[in-house]
Design a binder for this molecule. Sequence first.
Ligand code: SF4
Length: 252
Amino acid sequence: MKYFEDKQERAKFNAGALLSALFNELKPEDPVTRSQSISPSGLACQVASAWKLQGIQTDPTAESFASRSFAECGEDRHARIQAFLSQTPYWVDIEEYIKKKNLDLEVQERQGYEVLLYSPKYHARFRLDGMLLIDGVYYVLEIKTERQIANDQRQEPAEKHLKQGFSYALMLETDWIMWVYEGRDYLSQKPIPQRVTKEEKAAISEYLLDIVQYKDTPEKLSVDKKSCGSCEYKTYCRAYFKELKKEAKQNG
Ligand code: SF4
């Protein structure tokens, strides 16, 4: 008789639902002002880069244990891949490479295997995943983690990552990028070397310099509407363009 009573009581309380709610509980995070520099990893919308350069505060966000997981998993895999590659004869010390090539790049910080670099010309600040020297050719290393289904089909770098890779090749003065795409289920690596053409470098240079030149008049820059949904400057951006439209209407 006691057995049936206990079972009934347990059935009333759903411990799984409680834990699930805890993993997914969103906690508000304060708006932040990011460094006033261009991030090559966020180049899809020129206007968003202009807001960052202006030092505009981001929208408040909310994060849960679950929502942070992809980013944390990516950071962990980056560190492990870098640790492994740094033990091979192909790993390049980026600081020494910059000195040797006399590049217009400042080394602002070294953290783990990553180096924080700043380009005064392009007002760009970025952490490079690494550099490799294979058979006399320098590659900028860019590691990406992704869904397994995407990784299984991957034959070439994702379109949305190209501007980032081109920027690195431009600023590090290399002609090659070594993309390493890793699927999250099987954790197998897919290295894809890509040659960057002179035209691609010239185009990304112009793209970056335009952001610097027109940061205070972002209406002259290009927008990427596909990025609006996840943009951290959405509120400010919408208010700015609304005001601009209003003024244009008033002025006839
Ligand atoms: S809201 Fe859209 S247009 Fe505005 S900065 Fe963000 S991505 Fe660009």
